[in-house]
Write a protein that binds this ligand. Structure first.
Ligand SMILES: Cc1cc2nc3c(=O)[nH]c(=O)nc-3n(C[C@H](O)[C@H](O)[C@H](O)COP(=O)(O)OP(=O)(O)OC[C@H]3O[C@@H](n4cnc5c(N)ncnc54)[C@H](O)[C@@H]3O)c2cc1C
Length: 407
């Protein structure tokens, strides 16, 4: 049986190995010059392959139960073992994240491609599939002005995140042409753009803080971690963690605010006590210098301005309890209006995609077209930050490749 795989990304490469192991003649078409181009960019070049805590709760989809079958067959331990058998040892990082032992994403690609070549998989690079059609029982792929016929086809074209790495909408176009429905794609794990120009002065400041998302006046989601102020708004791990909700709300034209607590390690009372005690060391210090004793230099004037203290208060020694309370409130409630996200150009992942109600979760075969398969990010499944997205790409490629090989 001849199988065409469209896309030599994480999912397509694992599917190619599995199908070729079962004796299929596998051809992989990749529009980029390089194979696994996006894998190379993952985890800042270190490739966060998977996580020790792989479970359905780290994934999002309109059909959350869809991924259970794939995760039960290809969980965290299976993934580690899979890469070990390919020749790659892993090491643990923070929050259960697992990386290749040498911290080099290029080795992940090299090991996958080596296994494919050993199994006789044929690669066609700089080969964008521009048309996917059904010709009787066969799939007809148009690539570089030539048509190729196959008995089965796997669409592993990824999502829309970071087009500079090869992402494009062709998987969605193929799916729609074959009669599938699309859940509106929107960026996830993405930085956010804020309206307040005043935060531009904070650009480069990074704090360990808490971010809360408020949509149409209702508090929705919280995350703790790095908050990085930028020229356009906010980045950092905590921001990426809440970005899915923000991106969805923005796509639905809802009003979105974020509330930052830049001192989450202190309760309100604890912080009030601390500031009161620090008045003992106020001497003739300016308010800004006094506040720099506990927060970043750039944050001190910003907090003072946000707290709307009377203009007459220039020195810390002039602070009363009322002003201390205002400062504490501001340190724990910086409210910013979110205009937008940085979009697919900066996002790590795409939420939405091919509707999984039309895909068999046991095989990743289309329920509409026999011998047509979809795997990886092109589907309406996205994961949290921490190795979950690559894990789904490997897992779905593994299940699809096996299922096609068993036909
Ligand atoms: C900067 C960055 C860092 C990331 N870091 C991590 C991380 O550390 N851990 C993690 O779990 N996830 C990470 N992700 C997310 C993860 O990389 C993706 O979820 C995963 O690569 C998706 O795999 P895929 O095989 O579905 O798609 P992709 O890896 O995107 O592969 C799809 C391939 O299909 C090709 N293609 C598309 N259309 C066509 C066509 N018509 N013809 C031929 N070829 C085509 C594309 O060029 C591409 O090579 C990161 C993403 C980015 C952008």
């Amino acid at each position: 049986m001849k199988l065409a795989i469209i896309g030599a990304g994480a999912s397509g490469l694992v599917a190619a190995i599995e199908a070729a192991k079962r004796g299929l003649h596998v051809s992989v078409f990749e529009k980029n010059t390089k194979l696994g181009r996006k894998i190379l960019a993952t985890g800042n070049g270190r490739c966060n392959i998977t996580n020790q805590t792989i479970s359905a709760e780290h994934y999002h989809s309109t059909q959350p139960r869809f991924i259970n079958a794939a995760l039960s067959r290809f969980g965290s331990a299976k993934c580690v073992n899979y890469f070990r058998e390919l020749g790659l040892e892993v090491r643990e990082g923070e929050k259960g994240r697992l990386y290749p032992m040498n911290h080099q994403s290029s080795t992940v690609v090299d090991m996958l491609v080596h296994a494919c070549r050993q199994l006789g998989v044929q690669f066609f690079t700089e080969s964008e599939v521009v048309l996917l059609e059904k010709n009787g029982e066969k799939f007809c792929l148009t690539v570089n002005n030539t048509t190729h016929l196959f008995e089965a086809c796997l669409v592993a074209t990824g999502g829309l995140a970071m087009p500079t790495l090869g992402s494009c909408e062709s998987g969605y176009v193929f799916a729609k042409k074959m009669g599938h429905t699309l859940i509106n794609p929107h960026p996830s794990l993405v930085q956010i753009v804020c309206e307040e120009k005043s935060i531009q002065a904070l650009s480069g400041v990074k704090v360990e803080g808490e971010i809360g998302v408020v949509i149409e006046g209702e508090k929705k989601k919280n995350a703790v971690g790095d908050l990085l102020f930028t020229q356009y708004g906010l980045s950092g791990s905590a921001v990426l963690d809440v970005s899915r909700e923000i991106s969805l709300a923005i796509s639905l034209k809802r009003s979105v605010y974020v509330v930052l607590d830049i001192m989450p390690q202190f309760s309100k009372e604890h912080l009030e006590n601390l500031l009161q005690k620090r008045l003992n060391f106020a001497q003739d210090k300016s308010l800004v210098l006094w506040l720099e004793g506990i927060i970043h230099k750039k944050l001190a004037p910003f907090i003072i301005q946000q707290a709307s203290l009377p203009k007459s208060i220039l020195a810390a020694s002039m602070l009363g309890m009322k002003e201390i309370k205002k400062l504490v409130y501001t340190l724990k409630h910086i409210s910013l209006h979110v205009n937008d996200t940085k979009g697919f150009g900066s996002a790590e992942v795409t939420a939405g995609g091919v509707d999984v109600r039309e895909i068999n979760p046991e095989s990743f075969e289309s329920k509409m077209v026999k011998n047509l398969y979809f795997s990886g990010e092109v589907l309406d499944v996205d994961g949290d930050c921490g190795g979950y997205n690559l894990h789904f790409a490997w897992a779905s490629g593994f299940v699809a490749g096996n299922a096609i090989g068993k036909r």
